[in-house]
Write a protein that binds this ligand. Sequence first.
Ligand code: GTP
Ligand code: MG
Length: 174
Amino acid sequence: NGGVHDAKNLRVKLVLLGDSGVGKSCIVLRFVRGQFDPTSKVTVGASFLSQTIALQDSTTVKFEIWDTAGQERYAALAPLYYRGAAVAVVVYDITSPESFTKAQYWVKELQKHGSPDIVMALVGNKADLQEKREVPIQDGIDYAEKNGMFFIETSAKTADNINQLFQEIAKRLP
Ligand code: GTP
Ligand code: MG
């Protein structure tokens, strides 16, 4: 087997959730354009971007990415974006315990109101700021495991693990 007829082209709705300032928009910008913006502006409402990746078996996955606004005033809009999403990426900042607590809130919300077969990833971003770390990596690992999520620490600044995040998600698609 392994012939060209095995190639699939998947389209996947993905939503990013997490506290304001954790780096959701920077993760998307790094993934889609290979850039980092240290002066990134807070997202208003939500923004949409798409990016296609190829897997080893020549399947392609087109991620249709909804980058939501983390500020509290936009919280009520979130269901518009996670409803029907095949993938949810819940992001916190490893220097911010408050953002880790907020991530857990989003996981519970997704468990209650998201698609039953949703693929969830927990992402500890800003891994380049090791000297300011306040959330131990083991806390992320444990919480993700308990909730059946994929876990990874990333840095949108250095690009560390950004492509891996999306590759691993693609592998876990049903
Ligand atoms: P909202 O749109 O308000 O929900 O915030 P957001 O989660 O989209 O945050 P954003 O991507 O705009 O990043 C917030 C700040 O964190 C910006 O100043 C970024 O430059 C910075 N930042 C994002 N990712 C990283 C990272 O991996 N490392 C470091 N050191 N800074 C980062
Ligand atoms: Mg943003």
